[in-house]
Design a protein around this ligand. Structure first.
Ligand SMILES: [Zn+2]
Length: 411
């Protein structure tokens, strides 16, 4: 039976969201946490964007060192052959790419100002896939942008051509969050059955259905005989109303009535990291986790009304669908309530030694401590907020990689 995998796009869709962003170190930490959760692939950035290249190369280096393994790191670019060439020029070690092009009549006519027909779209996509293969890509996915406003026959044609030329996956992008679970199920099942290609579900929440649509799409792919790859973002951060939330979607496919026992995951998921990655993304983006967020919201396991509280005290299963410990919750959190010494771009060696000493990090000599502090200062220049313990530990452990990913050289 085909299986369900997760592809997280926080470092692509999440960071391109208006008013929000992540530093290169924060993006790296997201990749590390996603790997710990057991996510199949992180769409880790934009290989044709100059300021991403040092970060992307540094993360590929972490993959080569075994730090970012087994997660796959995939770049996102337009399905244009010249963009593929630029991607390989800027990020020579890149091996996985998602190539995106609009497929709906609305976008084809309005974006290309009437200069392109459907045949041109197919041709551009094929040229991009061929270019990616020729330059050494191992994993190629093609994205049909605005798939939900594209007729299914053309999607089948598009996905068939992609498969024929060597793409391994087809991404159904409900770019505007226009589908409902029923329409999305039908469209995806038809592509799966007619093309025989694994399908990615990329859903947005403009109508509040991102998770429901993702689950329905996964069912459509599997019922059509193909593996499903659900796109998520941490805390649902993404363009406009956001994407399918990582934790909520994992919970939906592992705990819901129709999925829990019937569908299988392709990779073991470690939900115990859910709490940590959600908290980190909330801090890094500067966006609080909603009180009623599934699994990780402050109220997800809170009970006050008489009947509920009494029921939970007798047996949590009366009013809780899953256990809080499964999500990595329940441990006391250490929050400084007295004097706080934290990192900053103008930190000095004494405060820095104090912070690192609290984490039991000792340096070989003062030169090593000064060097690490310098990197921490640079990381703070970009983040503009104190680094968390894991970021400080990362810099202390991998100073060379940290130096690379903090490198920004404007033209
Ligand atoms: Zn999107």
């Amino acid at each position: 039976m085909p299986k369900i995998y997760f592809i997280d796009v926080t470092n692509r869709d999440g960071v391109q969201t208006a008013n929000l962003g992540l530093s290169k170190l924060e993006k790296t930490m997201i990749n590390i946490y996603l790997n710990e959760v057991g996510i199949f692939q992180s769409e880790f950035g934009f290989p044709t964007t100059r300021h991403e290249s040092a970060y992307l190369q540094a993360n590929l280096e972490l993959a080569a060192m075994g730090v970012l393994q087994p997660i796959r790191l995939s770049g996102w670019i337009r399905a244009v052959a010249s963009d593929v060439e630029t991607a390989f020029r800027f990020v020579p070690d890149i091996r996985h790419l998602n190539l995106s092009i609009s497929t709906s009549p609305q976008m084809i006519s309005a974006k290309f100002r009437g200069e392109k027909k459907r045949e041109d779209i197919l041709e551009m996509m094929i040229d991009a896939v061929e270019a990616a293969k020729a330059l050494g890509a191992d994993g190629i996915g093609v994205n049909a942008e605005d798939a939900s406003r594209t007729d299914t026959d053309f999607l089948i044609k598009f996905a068939s051509a992609a498969k024929e030329h060597g793409a391994q996956r087809f991404r159904y992008c409900d770019t505007l969050g226009y589908d409902d679970p029923f329409t999305l199920y039908e469209a995806v099942k038809a592509v799966a059955e007619n093309v025989g290609i694994p399908i990615e579900l990329h859903c947005h929440g403009d109508l509040g259905m991102a998770v429901a649509n993702s689950v329905a799409g996964a069912k459509g792919a599997i019922d059509g005989g193909q593996d499903a790859y659900i796109n998520t973002t941490v805390n649902g951060i993404g363009e406009r109303a956001g994407n399918a939330d990582l934790v909520a979607t994992i919970l939906a496919v592992t705990k819901s009535k129709g999925f829990a026992d019937r569908y299988q995951l392709g990779k073991r998921i470690n939900l115990k990291k859910a709490w940590k990655i959600s908290k980190f993304a909330s801090y890094a983006f500067g966006v609080p986790i909603p009180i009623n967020q599934p699994g990780v919201g402050a109220n997800a396991f809170a009970h006050s009304s008489g009947i509920h509280a009494d029921g939970v005290l007798k047996d949590p299963q009366n009013y809780e669908l899953y256990d809080l410990a499964e999500l990595g919750r329940g441990e006391p959190e250490f929050v400084e309530t007295g004097r706080e010494i934290c990192s900053g771009e103008y930190s000095g060696i004494s405060g820095f030694r104090h912070i690192m000493g609290k984490m039991a990090i000792a340096f070989e000599d003062s030169a090593k401590a000064e060097e690490t502090l310098e990197l921490v200062r640079y990381a703070n220049v970009e983040a503009q907020k104190p680094l968390v313990e894991d970021e400080l530990l990362f810099i202390a452990k991998y100073p060379q990689v940290a130096r690379k990913l903090l490198t920004l050289i404007p033209l």
